[in-house]
Write a new protein. Structure first.
Length: 52
């Protein structure tokens, strides 16, 4: 299992990439300027997503 660090996950390409990575079972640190914008992604994958 790979761990990804993905920036700009609140919208656009970063968000799509984060969702694809997590859907495939990889760990991911999903970042955004406002952590509230990525909490929904982390809630969907609580064991493998870390919102920052």
């Amino acid at each position: 299992m790979t761990t990804w660090l993905i920036t700009g996950c609140s919208t656009g390409t970063g968000r799509a990439l984060a969702q694809a990575v997590l859907a495939n079972g990889h760990n991911a640190v999903v970042t955004a300027r406002n952590v509230a914008a990525v909490e929904d992604i982390a809630a969907a994958y609580p064991d493998i997503a870390l919102p920052l």
